[in-house]
Structure formats: structure tokens, C-alpha cells
Design a protein around this ligand. Structure first.
Ligand SMILES: [Zn+2]
Ligand SMILES: [Zn+2]
Length: 155
């Protein structure tokens, strides 16, 4: 199988922003709850740690939508905006329902193409094993082409 993507899906910027959001909220929560108020037990742990964690995870999720929509050749700017501005994560949920299937990338020219193509439409590179005689897809382990009968070698 060819590698599906060559770099990490979530951009580094999203991790950095998520870290900053977490730190900022964590400091704000701590300052607020331990200077101004003294909440009872579960809340003095949950509020300063849990709320910033959720906010940070939300930023990472938006970063994932951005990176994932981009590698699927979708309108990633629109989807990132929806993920950010539609409240209650509805934009993110919609994205996971409506996203396109993963394209396969040519190992030679990097062009995106539909899964199951034997040859790259952009450069003609042989992506999946194909019969040298008739060009149809071969299954792993075949010694002869099932379509035209030509010998395709032993693996
Ligand atoms: Zn190609
Ligand atoms: Zn054949």
C-alpha cells in the first residue's frame, strides 16, 4: 500500500494555539477561583483543569478539520470557518458527516486521485499492481492475470 499522507494532519500552529489557549485559561481559572472565590472540592479541580482542556481540545479539533479537509481536496477554508463559528461544535459534527472519502496520492507526482486507480491520471505512474498486457488491476499473489491470462511473475 502507498502511504496516504506525507505529513501530520493537524498543523503545528493548531497545537501551539491550543497550548496557549490552555495555558491562558488555566491561569485565568486559577487566578479567578483562588483569589476571588474558593469553590468546594470537585470544582476547585474540575474548573481550572477541565475547562481549559476542553477549550484546547476544541482548537486541536478545528486544526484537524483544517488539515483533513485540505488533504481530501475539500473547501478547507469554508470548513475551518464553519468549525470555528458555528456554535456547539455543529460545524465540526457536520464536517465529519459530510466529508469526502480520502484520495490516494501518486508516489511520483503527488497528485490526488480516486482510490482504486492503477495508474496516475496526471503522470501515468503505476500506483497499484496492474497487468502489463491488459492494464487491469491485479490482486496480490496472482501469478497470471485473471482477465487476459498473461503471466505476471511470482511474488
Ligand atoms: Zn502521478
Ligand atoms: Zn491482463
Amino acid at each position: 500500500m502507498m502511504p496516504q499522507s506525507r505529513k501530520s494532519v493537524i498543523p503545528i500552529a493548531a497545537w501551539v494555539i491550543a497550548g496557549l489557549v490552555f495555558l491562558l485559561l488555566f491561569m485565568m481559572m486559577n487566578w479567578f477561583f483562588f483569589q476571588e472565590a474558593h469553590p468546594p472540592f470537585p470544582w476547585n479541580v474540575v474548573l481550572p483543569a477541565f475547562v481549559p482542556l476542553i477549550a484546547g481540545a476544541y482548537v486541536v479539533l478545528i486544526g484537524y478539520v483544517y488539515g483533513d479537509a485540505r488533504r481530501r481536496n475539500m473547501r478547507y477554508v469554508m470548513w475551518t470557518m464553519l468549525a470555528i463559528f458555528v456554535p456547539n461544535a455543529i460545524g465540526i459534527i457536520l464536517y465529519f458527516i459530510l466529508r469526502d472519502p480520502m484520495p490516494v496520492y501518486c508516489s511520483r507526482c503527488g497528485a490526488a486521485m480516486r482510490n482504486g486507480f492503477a495508474f496516475c491520471p496526471a503522470c501515468g505512474n503505476n500506483v497499484l499492481p496492474a497487468c502489463p498486457s491488459c492494464g487491469k488491476l491485479l490482486q496480490p499473489g496472482w501469478t497470471h492475470c485473471a482477465w487476459c491470462g498473461v503471466q505476471v511473475g511470482t511474488k
